[in-house]
Ligand binder design. Structure first.
Ligand code: NAP
Length: 268
């Protein structure tokens, strides 16, 4: 299914995006990575070169910059049609609401929401003209359940969720499959940085959500693409939390409030 397909991955130089690049390459896809740091892109290229396949093309671009991103997609399309777009570029900076500057909300929304919108807007018209394509937007479990310490991040990922649902409905008649992936905590460089900033209440809540490897998340996403799912929540704990938040939201709130009180009281 992926053989000779071109997959463009924003945020493909690290974490979940890099794991997806590896798995897609193993399945015969041509992968193209987009992110900001040339050093990280070069490292990812070296890692991916260990897997046989076409050369891995990389583009340095900030997904917040639509004009630049559109030029990158025009450049990529010159060497072949983009079959799969994966939006994995993103950022998180947790903290209690009253301590987070409004500028951080703007930055988070620009990277996570507008970055995703920009790449979809740059890729969709060509996919529509071919009546084929797949778009995967990486949201988060924190984009389905609002979590203590993540006001900026949860707001941005709820927006990614809503955007993806609406886009799915619009793209389906054009033969384009649009899917949201909502991973729980995943062992990536982002999580390591995030944990340094976590309020203890957030850490107490996250501790019950499980921890997945980037490979496990990538494999769940690939299965979702193959089965043309609209939403993928990787891992048992993630699925449990997602369904609980939909069907028994009051209980989920009560459990989280209990964990917050316990963390604030300092009791183990
Ligand atoms: N790790 C988790 O626990 C977790 C859980 C749920 C959802 N997610 C989501 O999964 C996605 C990937 O996260 P990850 O954990 O794999 O993080 P990661 O290892 O830090 O990777 C993030 C990638 O995005 C790129 N990036 C960040 N900002 C960018 C920008 N403005 N323009 C272009 N590229 C940008 C980074 O490269 P440069 O910095 O060089 O640009 C890097 O390649 C994110 O959307 C994240 O919110 C992660």
């Amino acid at each position: 299914m992926f053989h000779n397909q071109t997959a463009v991955i924003t945020g493909g130089s690290s974490g979940i995006g890099l794991a997806l690049a590896k798995e897609l390459r193993l399945r015969g896809a041509r992968v193209v990575l987009i992110s900001r740091s040339g050093v990280k892109l070069k490292k990812a290229q070296t890692v991916l070169a260990e897997i046989p396949g076409d050369p891995v093309n990389v583009f340095r671009c900030d997904v917040r910059n639509y004009r630049q991103l559109r030029r990158v997609f025009q450049e990529i399309e010159k060497s072949g049609p983009v079959s799969i777009l994966i939006n994995s570029a993103g950022m998180v900076h947790p903290g209690k609401f009253e301590t987070i500057p409004v500028s951080l909300f703007r930055r988070t929304m620009a990277a996570n929401v507008l970055g995703t919108v920009h790449a979809c807007r740059a890729a969709a018209p060509a996919m529509m003209s071919r009546h084929a394509g797949t778009i995967v937007n990486i949201g988060s479990l924190a984009g389905m359940i609002g979590v203590f310490g993540y006001t900026a991040y949860s707001a941005s990922k709820f927006a990614v969720h809503g955007f993806t649902q609406a886009l799915r409905a619009e793209m389906k008649p054009h033969g384009i499959h649009v899917m949201l992936a909502a991973p729980p905590d995943t062992d990536t460089p982002m999580l390591h940085e995030e944990r340094k900033l976590l309020p203890r209440e957030s850490a107490a809540i996250n501790a019950s959500g499980g921890l997945l490897s980037p490979k496990a998340v990538a494999l769940a996403i690939i299965r979702g693409i193959e089965k043309r799912r609209s939403i993928v929540v990787p891992g048992f704990e993630g699925k449990f939390a997602y369904y609980a938040s939909r069907f028994i939201p009051g209980i989920v709130d009560a459990v989280m409030d209990h964990k917050i009180r316990k963390a604030q009281s300092g009791k183990p």
